[in-house]
Design a protein around this ligand. Structure first.
Ligand code: HEC
Ligand code: HEC
Ligand code: HEC
Ligand code: HEC
Ligand code: HEC
Length: 381
């Protein structure tokens, strides 16, 4: 008799998932390596993604430590809402569980049932458990229950973490709303179309189930750290001209390939247009345009650290980013005599400095074009 009570007690402890509990039980998030046992190809792609590194990434960790020491515990918890959302569900305040360290794992996205657009930014509504939600209408799985989800085919599924206003209501990250107002959105081009293109691979290991078609959505989701994506984003054209002793240079720069502003996301990201003009008679000029968004902190100082955007009293200073579909003409004039040869060089560079210093700086030159103009006097009769 006593034995049975004990067993019952033990049984309810297990059912409550306090110490053991099976993966995919109701209310329980499952680790991505368990999903990877069957969804091997997708798991490999995901492991290379920024999502998989959102928490363990040393660049994030530096900024996170910076936040804890300079802004305090409450602000640092805001970071985890997007970089390690499992913390809340796995009740891992001490940041000790493996699932916390996998950043944005499979089960975060595939347990999403809704994204609510609310005051200070969207909220993720998660129902972890036996049902995995995705874009396949006729999926049948022995591994877990499945449900077709329209949400997963829409941009809204990404909005939960790619849109944010702080507790004062100041918009900090606006990728989703930038997209909503874009030509891409009107044409039905979703985030998934540009960041999760279809690629040849197995939805599940063929040993588990043969799925015809053999195509999946790219789970690497490349962004601003990818040279390929940066190439797609902007186009640049220029035709230097001479007018008397002046060199006229109109640079047309257009955001054609990104369905949102360039740069987008965390404010500290910037794109530089760098111009160098030299002449055969020894003159040399440098010009620069910066595309970015800057905020000031409560004391009015320009913010340079990612950790500081989330504090109270933050205000937008400037926004010179290239809006989706925008074409801008930057005009430059240089005093170069017609008798001299001119060498023109135009470069585009993406830069991000999450902690404000050089230690974690990303810098990618993604366009570089040179032009030489012979003396124009020589060509005249
Ligand atoms: C035991 C093997 C197995 C495991 C483990 C497994 N899956 Fe699956 N999963 C499948 C099979 C089989 C399918 C069905 C594929 C089909 O019919 O096209 C599937 C389908 C899916 C789908 C598509 C659902 C739809 O309707 O679009 C998603 C999403 C999914 N799994 C997510 C996950 C996640 C997240 C995990 C880990 C928490 C996981 N799976 C673990 C075998 C598995
Ligand atoms: C649960 C939160 C969350 C969801 C949902 C989410 N993301 Fe992210 N995403 C992040 C975080 C956090 C990072 C930054 C990780 C890092 O580098 O530290 C990121 C990074 C990215 C990047 C890479 C940016 C770069 O700098 O290279 C892209 C692209 C991206 N996400 C696209 C998407 C798309 C598309 C969706 C929807 C299908 C989506 N994300 C859904 C949180 C999320
Ligand atoms: C940032 C969110 C996000 C993460 C993380 C994520 N997925 Fe997905 N996944 C999606 C979205 C969105 C789709 C649907 C894309 C579409 O149809 O446009 C999808 C599609 C799928 C599908 C259906 C087949 C396909 O590729 O269309 C499976 C199966 C799947 N994911 C499994 C996984 C597994 C396993 C992991 C972890 C290794 C994972 N996903 C991680 C967002 C995510
Ligand atoms: C028409 C194609 C297109 C669509 C639609 C699109 N993107 Fe992008 N995205 C790009 C390109 C190209 C880049 C690279 C340029 C850049 O970093 O700004 C990019 C960059 C990013 C980055 C990296 C920012 C950085 O500077 O590191 C994130 C995050 C991102 N996109 C998220 C999203 C989300 C979320 C959506 C949907 C709301 C979306 N994208 C819709 C093409 C697109
Ligand atoms: C609303 C969701 C959200 C919150 C809250 C958030 N982040 Fe992020 N974070 C992102 C996304 C999305 C990216 C990547 C792409 C982008 O810029 O849109 C990112 C990128 C970063 C990066 C750049 C990583 C790299 O490798 O370039 C750092 C550093 C970072 N976040 C630090 C923080 C810190 C520190 C906090 C808290 C003070 C925080 N984030 C809060 C969503 C969020």
């Amino acid at each position: 008799m006593r034995g049975r009570v004990l067993l019952l007690l033990l049984g309810s402890v297990v059912a409550a998932g306090l110490s053991f509990g099976k993966p995919m039980d109701k209310g329980r998030l499952t680790r991505s390596d368990i999903c990877g046992e069957c969804h091997r190809d997708i798991f490999d792609m995901w492991q290379r993604s920024a999502h998989a590194k959102a928490m363990e990434d040393p660049v994030f960790q530096d900024a996170f430590r910076d936040t804890r020491s300079k802004e305090g515990e409450a602000v640092s918890r805001v970071c985890l809402g997007c970089h390690a959302p499992a913390v809340e569900f796995a009740k891992d305040a001490e940041l000790e569980k493996k699932i916390t360290w996998e950043g944005i794992g499979c089960d975060i996205c595939h347990s999403l049932t809704a994204v609510r657009m609310e005051g200070t930014g969207p909220k993720l509504v998660l129902e972890p458990g036996p049902v995995k939600r995705g874009p396949i209408r006729d999926a049948v799985s022995t591994g877990h229950d499945v449900a077709y989800s329209e949400l997963h085919t829409q941009s809204l599924v990404c909005a939960g973490c790619h849109e944010f206003a702080n507790s004062d209501g100041t918009a900090i990250m606006t990728t989703y709303s930038e997209w909503k107002g874009s030509e891409s959105a009107k044409q039905g081009k979703t985030c998934q179309l540009c960041h999760m293109g279809r690629t040849k691979a197995n939805v599940v290991d063929p040993k588990v189930k043969r799925v015809p078609g053999q195509e999946v959505n790219l789970h690497e989701m490349p962004g601003g750290h990818s040279l390929d994506q940066l190439h797609k984003a902007l186009t640049v054209s220029f035709q230097p001209e001479r007018k008397g002793d002046e060199l006229l240079l109109d640079v047309r720069i257009a955001n054609r390939g990104a369905g949102h502003a360039v740069p987008t996301g965390m404010p500290g990201r910037r794109v530089f247009l760098d111009l160098t003009v030299r002449s055969s008679d020894g003159r040399s000029f440098e010009e620069r345009k910066v595309y970015g968004k800057s905020f000031a902190d409560a004391s009015g100082k320009t913010i340079t650290r990612d950790s500081a955007y989330f504090a109270k009293g933050v205000k937008l200073e400037t926004d010179s980013r290239l809006r989706p579909d925008e074409q801008r003409v930057e005009r430059f004039r240089f005093p170069i005599p017609t008798s001299a040869t001119a060498f023109v060089s135009v470069k585009l560079r993406y830069e991000h400095s999450p902690t404000g210093g050089p230690e974690n700086r990303t810098s990618i030159t993604f366009l570089s074009e040179d032009r030489t103009l012979p003396p124009s006097g020589a060509a005249k009769p």
